[in-house]
Write a protein that binds this ligand. Structure first.
Ligand code: G6P
Length: 458
């Protein structure tokens, strides 16, 4: 029999809608739901609302154990240490991380609450699966409280080069935290190698064949790229409703010959500003394609009280406004920018309406949007322009790969993507569709939870 799985993540997989709960969208949730349902699994996480203490509840075949966060916890643990220290530091210090002792203390306290909740719930036959950068200390804390438990950890974001990680005042505590797990998963071999270098530099761990030897324990370290629910995207993309929506979207945009699309959580790691600048450079270089070429950008609101996010939002609005006034005319608005969160059905319709999907992060653990776009192109058409710095670039090598720090280079590749011959588009898309269909999120979760941990450290 499969072991019971206990997941711990910053957020619960449901949102409150009126008196009931609605499953949150996202690959992780759809992959883990059937696994947790099979064996009375448990999900431990925050409900996303400050100062609200929920009782444990059962929903959709899964036990939910809410961790309450006060407004101060949200300020210091979530917005502060998680998103203004770890997030920027782990994304190559694209914004200057702030190091505050009171944020660190709050982070440690909240991580301890997660660890205690896990230990109160778990028994020796269970499999504990801890997720992402908000809970870096939890594996070690659980190990200290209950050394016999089977603990796995997966980091969804990049692990930075050791030179950057070295700046973190609490670097040894963070390594000890992560290395409390039996198996540690990273999105890419690069993240895995960076972690191994940091672990040997800042803890008593020594390299071993499959990862690390730490305090007499073997810690497996693996690279295991996450994916999406490929079949679900293909199903939505094939529906008549989607076909109708695609027609409407193109019509509402004035039936342009070419639609370039960006769809991102509004985050400074995503390179939305530079893709606009590249688009502008392309229009300047090729005025003949203006009028019939539109850029649609969907920006999903995120962490909108953090200063770096506020500034970035203002900056991209300004750039879009400038380009629309300098490159546009009475009949032509080059950039169509939407600041909203779309349903999965609406998003898929945009994926299908697009000719070129533009994904240009400066740093990104994986980037699931690029995989969603591929999965939605059941017509085998469309071009993916993808940053080399997205984890997804390791697998989607038939994308048009770009360096987001090189505006003119991106402009040229954008033009090449627009002009790509239909046969070439089809060949590349088919090959990427095969990859995303072979490696979906269900396969990822199964291999991450297998007793034999699969690929090992290299
Ligand atoms: C990234 C992180 C996730 C996080 C998500 C949304 O994908 O890896 O852990 O949940 O962003 O961010 P939020 O701060 O709204 O949870």
């Amino acid at each position: 029999m499969q072991p019971r799985v206990i997941v711990a993540a910053n957020r619960l997989p449901v949102r409150r809608v009126g008196d009931s709960w609605e499953r949150s969208p996202g690959g992780l949730v759809s992959a883990l739901t059937p696994i947790l349902q099979q064996n009375n699994g448990v999900w431990i996480g925050w409900n996303g609302v400050a100062d609200e203490d929920w009782e444990p509840f059962h929903h959709g075949g899964i036990d939910h154990l809410p961790i309450a966060l006060s407004a101060q916890d949200v300020e210091d643990y979530y917005l502060g240490f998680s998103n203004e220290t770890v997030w920027p530091l782990f994304h190559d210090a694209l914004r200057t991380p702030d190091y505050h002792r009171h944020w660190w203390r709050a982070y440690r306290d909240v991580n301890r609450r997660f660890a205690e909740a896990i230990v109160a719930e778990a028994s020796a036959s269970d499999l504990i699966w801890i997720h992402d950068y908000q809970l870096l200390l939890v594996p070690g804390m659980v190990r200290d409280l209950a050394p016999h438990l089977n603990i796995r950890f997966f980091l969804h974001i990049p692990f930075p080069p050791v030179e950057l990680f070295a700046r973190l005042p609490w670097r040894s505590e963070v390594i000890d935290g992560i290395a409390g797990a039996d198996v540690i998963g990273f999105q890419t071999p690069r993240g895995m190698r960076n972690f191994l270098a940091a672990a040997t530099a800042f803890s008593d761990a020594t390299p071993s064949e499959n990862g690390l030897l730490k305090a007499g324990r073997l810690v497996h370290v693996v690279s295991s790229p996450i994916s999406i629910d490929t079949a679900e995207f293909a199903r939505i993309a094939s529906s008549d409703e989607t076909a109708e929506r695609v027609r409407m979207i193109r019509k509402d945009l004035g039936d342009p010959q070419v639609i370039l699309l960006g769809a991102d959580r509004l985050d400074y790691t995503k390179g939305i500003d530079v893709r606009f600048r590249a688009f502008e450079a392309m229009l300047e270089e090729h005025p003949e394609i203006a009028e019939r070429t539109k850029f649609v950008q969907i920006g999903v609101p995120s962490r909108s009280t953090i200063r770096d996010y506020v500034e970035m939002k203002e900056e991209i609005e300004q750039i879009a406004g400038r380009i629309n006034s300098t490159q546009g005319s009475r009949h032509y608005v080059p950039i169509h920018y939407m600041y909203e969160s779309l349903s999965i059905e609406e998003l898929v319709a945009y994926y299908r309406a697009a000719d070129v999907m533009v994904v240009t992060p400066f740093a990104d653990g994986m980037n699931l949007v690029s995989k969603e776009f591929i999965a939605s192109r059941v017509d085998d058409d469309g071009v993916l322009l993808l940053s080399e710095f997205a984890g997804a670039a390791q697998e989607l090598t038939e994308a048009v790969l770009v360096n987001p720090f090189h505006i003119d280079g991106m402009a040229q590749k954008m033009m090449a993507a627009i002009e790509m011959e239909p046969e070439e588009r089809r060949r590349r898309m088919k090959s990427m569709r095969q990859i995303v269909s072979d490696h979906d999120v269900h396969r990822w979760a199964k291999s991450a939870l297998a007793s034999d941990v699969g690929s090992t450290a290299q």
